[in-house]
Design a protein around this ligand. Structure first.
Ligand code: BMP
Length: 215
C-alpha cells in the first residue's frame, strides 16, 4: 500500500453505483480504499475485485474466528484482489497466525482497540497486550482509535516503528486526522465525512491538507 496522502477511504456507501462514483472521485488522492460488510453484503464480493482494479483494497471483515475459518475468509478475500485484511486480535495467537499465513503476501492488520465509546469496556484494557501478540504473530499493522490519540501513542510504543498503524474515528466520530498522525498513526481512515460529503473529492483533499500539516 502506498504511503503518499496517508489517507484511507472507508467506503461504507451501500449503493454500488454511488460507491464506485466516490471511489473514482477520490482516485489518486487516497492511498487505499477500505471496504466493510455494508458494501460487500449489498453489492457482493465482486466489489473487492472491481475496486482493486484501481486502488489497493483493504477488506475490513474484522475476522474473529477459529483458525480454519479465519484462513478460509482471508484466502477468499485475497484471491479476489484484497491487498490487506483486517482481523480481530482478541481471538488469540493461533487465529492471528492463521491469518498471516493465509494472506500469503497480502497484509494483515489486527484491531487492538476500537474507536467507539463502548470499546473502553473490553478492547481498550487489553490493547497493549493484543498489540504485543500481533507483533509476535507477524501481523503487518494495527488498527487504533483516532478518537483517543493517546491510545495510538500507547500502541505505537509497544509495536515499534516498523509496523503500520491505521486509525479510524476521524471526522464523524470526532477524531482529527492530524492528531492521529501526530500521535504515531501512518494512515487516517475516513468514511462518512468523505463519502457522505456533497463533494467527496474536496472533502478528501481537506483531510489530506490537515494530514500534511503534521508531516
Ligand atoms: P466513519 O469515518 O464513517 O466513522 O467510518 C469509520 C470506518 O472505520 C467504518 O468502516 C468502521 O467500521 C471502521 N472502524 C471504526 O470506525 N473504528 C474501529 O475501531 C475500527 C474500524 O474498523
Amino acid at each position: 500500500m502506498k504511503s503518499e496522502s496517508r489517507l484511507v477511504l472507508a467506503l461504507d456507501e451501500t449503493d454500488g453505483r454511488k460507491a464506485l462514483k466516490v471511489a473514482e472521485s477520490v482516485g489518486g488522492i487516497v492511498d487505499a480504499i477500505k471496504i466493510n460488510w455494508p458494501l460487500v453484503l449489498s453489492e457482493g464480493p465482486a466489489m473487492i475485485t472491481r475496486l482493486a482494479e484501481t486502488s489497493d483494497v483493504i477488506c475490513d471483515f474484522k475476522v474473529a474466528d477459529i483458525p480454519n475459518t479465519v484462513r478460509l475468509i482471508v484466502e477468499n478475500a485475497v484471491s479476489r484482489g484484497a491487498s490487506a485484511v483486517i482481523v480481530h486480535a482478541f481471538t488469540g495467537d493461533d487465529s492471528l497466525r492463521a491469518a498471516v499465513e493465509a494472506a500469503s503476501g497480502a497484509e494483515v492488520y489486527a484491531v487492538t482497540e476500537m474507536s467507539h465509546p463502548g470499546a473502553r469496556m473490553f478492547t481498550a484494557p487489553h490493547a497493549e497486550e493484543m498489540a504485543r501478540l500481533g507483533v509476535e504473530c507477524g501481523v503487518d499493522g494495527f488498527i487504533a482509535p483516532a478518537t483517543r490519540p493517546d491510545r495510538i501513542r500507547a500502541v505505537r510504543s509497544v509495536v515499534g516503528p516498523s509496523k503500520k498503524i491505521l486509525s479510524p474515528g476521524v471526522g464523524t466520530q470526532g477524531g482529527k486526522a492530524s492528531d492521529a498522525i501526530a500521535a504515531g498513526a501512518d494512515y487516517a481512515i475516513v468514511g462518512r465525512s468523505i463519502y457522505g460529503a456533497e463533494d467527496p473529492r474536496a472533502a478528501a483533499e481537506s483531510f489530506c491538507a490537515d494530514i500534511r500539516s503534521v508531516i
